[in-house]
Design a protein around this ligand. Structure first.
Ligand code: SF4
Ligand code: F3S
Length: 233
């Protein structure tokens, strides 16, 4: 099939403002948007800039706006979006070049919620035991690949990038509800400040955008409840 790709372009070293370039190319319906971007970069315009790494939905590098929705380019099949494809950078983060955005504010928010295991007890002889039910409690939020599709689709984040954002809350949730962890109280305190969970207005864009189908808004609700009740069950 013949596909028309309209791609956001901006080179801050040369351009006063962004523009779109249009490419027409033959594509197989089972190809992914990432395949087409690679082909354009390889055969038509080597200056086209975007992030990618694993190309298999695991590294989270190639999140971008495709026909107005945040998606991973490596998981978006041409047959599912049609022959007119518009590709733009994620919203809410500064564009460094073309589809490449500065992820630092996103990772700064991520780091702020202590997204690591804390347990100050002496290490046991074997593993730290946990029941299947206790493991299940935070299973959903272990699936995050830090692609930023959720946070950059959230209007509260667009308004203020200091809002910690859904991705950071998901990653805090993963440890807050881990029965082996001992820093839930500190994380809940961090998330109850003015840029924490209460900036979430339950808009659900994040949940719709997540390529891992994580129930993000539900996880945020559970963190809000834990802050309100002091309970983690
Ligand atoms: Fe990406 Fe989903 Fe993780 Fe958000 S929660 S960063 S959308 S994988
Ligand atoms: Fe934003 Fe998701 Fe809440 S889109 S407002 S973090 S439900």
């Amino acid at each position: 099939m013949l596909v028309t790709m309209k791609i956001f372009r901006f080179n801050p070293e040369k351009d006063k403002k962004p523009h779109y370039d249009v490419f027409k190319l033959e594509a197989d319906p089972t190809e992914r948007v990432l395949d087409l971007l690679e082909r354009i970069k390889g055969l038509e315009d080597g200056a086209l800039t975007f992030r990618r790494s694993c190309a298999h939905g695991i590294c989270g590098s190639c999140a971008m706006r495709i026909n107005g929705m945040n998606r991973l380019a490596c998981k978006t099949l041409v047959q599912n979006i049609g022959d007119r494809i518009t590709v733009e950078p994620l919203l809410g983060l500064n564009v460094e070049k073309d589809l490449l955005v500065d992820m630092e504010p996103f990772f700064e928010n991520y780091r702020s919620v202590m997204p690591y295991f804390v347990n100050n007890d002496p290490p046991p002889n074997k593993e730290r035991l946990q029941s299947p039910e206790e493991r299940e409690r935070f299973d959903d939020t272990t699936k995050c690949i830090l692609c930023a599709a959720c946070t950059t689709s959230c209007p509260s984040f667009w308004v203020n990038e200091k809002y910690v954002g859904p991705s950071a809350i998901v990653n805090a949730h993963r440890f807050i509800f881990d029965s082996r962890d001992q820093a839930a109280k500190e994380r809940l305190e961090i998330l109850s400040d003015q840029f924490g969970v209460y900036r979430c207005r339950t808009i659900f864009n994040c949940t719709l955008a997540c390529p891992r189908d994580i129930e993000i808004t539900k996880a945020i609700g559970e963190v809000k409840e834990a802050i309100a009740t002091g309970k983690l069950d």
